[in-house]
Write a protein of this length. Sequence first.
Length: 584
Amino acid sequence: MVLAIDPTLLYLIGEPDDPVEVWTKLQEQFMRKSWVNRLELRRKLYSLKLLEGESVLEHVRKMTELFNGFAAVGDPLSDEDRVVHLLASLPESYSVLVTALEASPEVPKIELVTERLLHEERKLRSSSNDQDIRALASRVRVTRGLKVRCYYCDEVGHFKSDCPKFAERFKQKSNSALLDFCLNLSANFGQKRFGHLSAGGLRELAASRLVDGFGFNFDGGKDIELCEPCVKGKHHKSPFPVSSGMLAEEPLDLVHTDLCGKVNAKSIGGSEYFLVFVDDKTRYVWVYFLKRKDEVFSRFIEWKTMVEKSGSRKLKKLRSDNGGEFTSTRFQEYLKAEGVIHELTIPKTPQQNGVAERFNRTLVEMTRCMLVGANLSHKLWAEALSTAAYLKNRSPARAITGMTPFEAYYGTKPSVNHLRVFGCTSYAHIVKDERKKLDPVARKCVLIGYGTVVKGYHLYDPNRDTVFYSRDVRFKESEVGLQKEHDDIPPICDGVEFDCEELSESIMSEEVSGNVLPEDTEPDSNESPESSIVDPECVLQPQVRRSQRVRQRPNYFIEGSFSSCKFARRPCYTSYISGGSDRF
């Protein structure tokens, strides 16, 4: 042991006879588990960089010694941290290899990374030697009078294959393609919480601090992984170039509207269409859900009354397409009476109503992504689209800078502390009136939105196939989607018989869009949101009843109840129903 020690350090051990004492003294000097030693090792680790032309094997050996030093002072590094520190210490020439390794969904082993680095080092040295040989050959050709011209940079003295500008552009193009494809997992939850918002929108939220409670950091496009629901929900053809015009001077000066549908699945409330209103100045969007197209006019009056009563501004212009729901006589007469200018598009030219059309596409894409990512049924499309509009109003917009549509319209910065991943598992509290002493106090549900007229979360119970609001909720965001399972919650039927057709229409469905209450009657303030939930499984089958009607003889045997028909062998009975319009 003494022979293995550097002669300059022999003064530290003195002249002991016990090897344990020697080891103890060396350990106290060089391996003391204190924060000073850990700080010194951290400084060495962060300052250690591989320079161009240095040996990769020697660099790996130095990194391994530092890793072992961390383990000796009681602060060992995990295999993932070792790989990260090793790749971070590489020079720019190894960027292509690092980008390729980032595309792997799992962190590679340190042995595999070392092997790839050694192989990349051999390739770089071979490429460097080949370039030197080609450069020398080119100079030889020039000195002999064979002046060649590059087809890429149009300079004399080298071929295109030897052009440094062409090589640099090819390298940048390859790196850019790999960086766009290789996205990390660190911002996955943040993207899901905002309804699969784009990477640019998330970066703007983090950099400009447009909202409060956003706790994710982004570094370019490297911190966002390739999202499969986004690919399935947003993959489309390249858009046509458009030119943006001047925005309206004040909110409600110009509002874009459009009707979208028919959706291929009915919502829980029976809706098959949705109507959007987009403010041109603030890009704030309102969404209404309709069962039929003829409800557009009533919903427009409802929206117009709401936005004008909530502020001092009045609607001045309305832009829509030439759909019959917007060009009806009743609609046109109402706009003229209210002094609202109605701007219509040229037939079969939806580009002139591009703002509303693009919002329809954005909301549908977000809805599709959220349903695919949460693996939920299509009948929840209205709840998902309402949530998409809620999140869109709290996300960046191209037309306005430095604020969200919510802040631009209302003048206050929104908070997103309450946002959770759409479709995640949720546990809603059960009030005492709806459970017994030993029954569970929470039910397992799925998050499908946020309340706008109530302060709570919008939840879906797959066991009862109902939606409701609750404020006492706990979330498990790592678990998305929920299979139906039977719980021990007692049924809320109390032996009452229901008709199957009437029951299917009476199951509660809540579709909150914008700041509008559902079409049904307003909820009782003294009644909990969950009190009207009915379990379809607890409905008793209707009992077969026999008629108690007293049987009588046919009335055509009664005198005066028939009319004689010519050429008839027996009396011909004729029946009339009062009212005239309906006959059977």
